[in-house]
Design a protein around this ligand. Structure first.
Ligand SMILES: Nc1ncnc2c1ncn2[C@@H]1O[C@H](COP(=O)(O)OP(=O)(O)O)[C@@H](O)[C@H]1O
Ligand SMILES: [Mg+2]
Length: 526
């Protein structure tokens, strides 16, 4: 301790103290700095980690969405297959059952034979013995042949099942052709007792139509058989097939419009063959006569509602137009002064758009039915001005469907187009003039171009001539690419239209054989 007077000494002490404090403080500062450094580095590490976590979460989410999507596709395919499998399994079961019945019969017959032989040995009447043995042998032979036949059929059934499965796969996203023969109506049933003599439906699967030219030769019955022509399609509907049965076959196709496919259904055939009946049907009040358009709309809306449970909400936009002499007319508008052009929305999107066309947001089937009524009213007005106009024009109903899934963030867009084509009958070009000649040329051009487009798609040509007619230009998104096409070829059952029917069937065969080669069979008749 310094003496009180030693001020200098005390000052020294103080200085030393201050110095030591300063040192301590700077040490602390350094420590503080290093801590700050640590904190910064830890924060950046933390940021990095949360980035990684986010990324992983997104990946997980997208993978589970994919899984959901695949599951749904798998379910659909399984349903398709299951139906076919079950049916074939039933047939196989039936056949196995009859096979074992026959085998039992054979065994018991063999037993009888042995018994008879013993009897015969004992018997003196050799003649009776021999005939009995022969009869029994014959019976056994017949039964054995039958068993062999059944065995073969079993194998065939299995092959068919496999073939069917492949066909189902092949047909998805492809072009299908259905043939429908309408019944004789009213006075037409008076000839031949109402029998359609020149057409037969020979196979039980309903895929073949046989046409036979009946002439003098049938009286002699000599060249019968030489006059036959077989046409095979994905489906042939005979005259008693109801609207419900026909729709059953297209309902799966219609449904895929909700999954984002573009679906196109045409009715082709001569005037009076049943195109409009097939597409629109009779009055909506008569349930069994309702046609494909209202049935399709009804199914779309009810399935759309069911899909709500899985998070989907759909919006629907409908339009209806007519193409007459390569000019578009809006069937939902009363204002006939407007003109309509086909335009592309955006350069590459390929989105087809008709200018000035009335499009209506619809939310339930009754609204669509009102539109159909409005269209047929507008058409009737035009018809009085120009006779038979509806059979000289194509009418096109379109439903644009947009779906969004709020829970999975998916979305899809599909269009259902149902087209009642102009009558395909060959009109004589010679003799017709003015308006009639123009109509004829336009119809011939647009129908043959439709055939060409479908064939070019089937052959996967690099150039598809969509723009050669208004119809194919309008439908170019719905033909080819991500689309499914179905053509009804409607046939008039009256014999006087034999040649016209043949023309329709040949057109349809050309369209369908471009898809799956080698289905055109037997063309023996000149
Ligand atoms: N499958 C069918 N069952 C009963 N009547 C039919 C059937 N197909 C067509 N018709 C009737 O035949 C006539 C001609 O049919 P329609 O559909 O107008 O022919 P298109 O439109 O090809 O000219 C109509 O009276 C229609 O009601
Ligand atoms: Mg019609």
């Amino acid at each position: 301790k310094r003496a009180g007077w030693d001020l200098k000494g005390q000052l020294e002490d103080m200085k030393a103290l201050v110095q030591s404090r300063e040192m301590m403080s700077s040490e602390l500062q350094t420590q503080l700095d290093s801590y700050n450094q640590r904190i910064i580095s830890l924060e950046s590490h933390n940021n990095h980690l949360s980035g990684t976590v986010n990324q992983k979460e997104q990946q997980t989410e997208s993978i589970s969405r994919e899984i959901e999507d695949l599951k749904r596709k798998l379910r659909n395919s399984e349903d398709d297959l299951d139906g076919t499998k079950r049916r074939l399994q039933r047939e196989i079961d039936d056949l196995s059952f009859s096979k074992s019945t026959l085998e039992r019969q054979k065994d018991s017959l063999a037993g009888e034979l042995t018994a008879s032989q013993t009897e015969i040995t004992a018997s003196t009447n050799i003649k009776i013995k021999d005939t009995t043995i022969m009869e029994l042998r014959e019976m056994i032979r017949i039964h054995e042949a039958k068993i062999r036949e059944q065995d073969e059929e079993l194998i065939n059934q299995e092959t068919m099942r496999r073939k069917l499965h492949n066909t189902i796969q092949e047909l998805k996203g492809n072009i299908r052709v259905f043939c429908r023969v309408r019944p004789l109506l009213g006075n037409e049933t008076q000839d031949n007792d109402g029998v359609i003599g020149h057409m037969t439906f020979p196979d039980k699967d309903g895929k073949v139509l046989e046409m036979e030219k009946l002439g003098d030769s049938t009286i002699l019955n000599s060249t019968r058989g030489g006059n036959k022509l077989l046409f095979s399609f994905d489906k042939v509907f005979d005259p008693v097939s109801s609207q419900a049965v026909v729709f059953e076959e297209i309902s799966q196709l219609v449904q895929s419009a909700l999954d984002g496919y573009n679906v196109c259904i045409f009715a082709y055939g001569q005037t009076g063959s049943g195109k409009t009946y097939t597409m629109e049907g009779g009055r909506l009040e008569e349930e069994d006569k309702i046609g494909m358009i209202p049935r399709a709309v009804r199914q779309i809306f009810s399935t759309g509602l069911q899909l709500q449970q899985r998070g989907w909400t759909y919006t629907y936009i409908a339009s209806m137009l007519e193409i007459y002499n390569e000019t578009i007319r809006d069937l939902l508008s009363e204002d006939q002064t407007l003109t309509h052009d086909i335009k592309m929305k955006g350069k590459d999107s390929g989105d087809v758009h008709v200018t000035n066309l009335t499009t209506v947001n619809v939310t339930q089937e009754s609204e669509v039915f009102d539109l159909l009524k409005r269209a047929s009213h507008n058409r009737a007005v035009a018809e009085t001005k120009c006779n038979e106009r509806s059979s000289r024009s194509h009418s096109v109903f379109q439903l644009h469907i947009t779906g969004k899934n709020s829970s999975t963030d998916e979305s899809c867009q599909g269009t259902l187009s149902l087209v009642d084509l102009a009558g395909s009958e060959r009109l004589k070009q010679s003799g017709s003039e003015g308006q009639r000649l123009k109509e004829t040329l336009c119809i011939n051009k647009s129908l043959s171009n439709l055939g060409n487009v479908i064939m070019a798609l089937g052959k996967q040509d690099s150039h598809i001539p969509y723009r050669n007619s208004k119809l194919t230009y309008l439908l170019q998104n719905s033909l080819g690419g991500n689309s499914k096409t179905l053509m009804f070829v409607n046939i008039n059952p009256r014999e006087e239209f034999f040649n016209e029917s043949l023309n329709s069937l040949r057109f349809a065969t050309k369209v369908s054989s471009c898809v799956i080669q080698g289905r055109l069979i037997l063309m023996s008749w000149e």
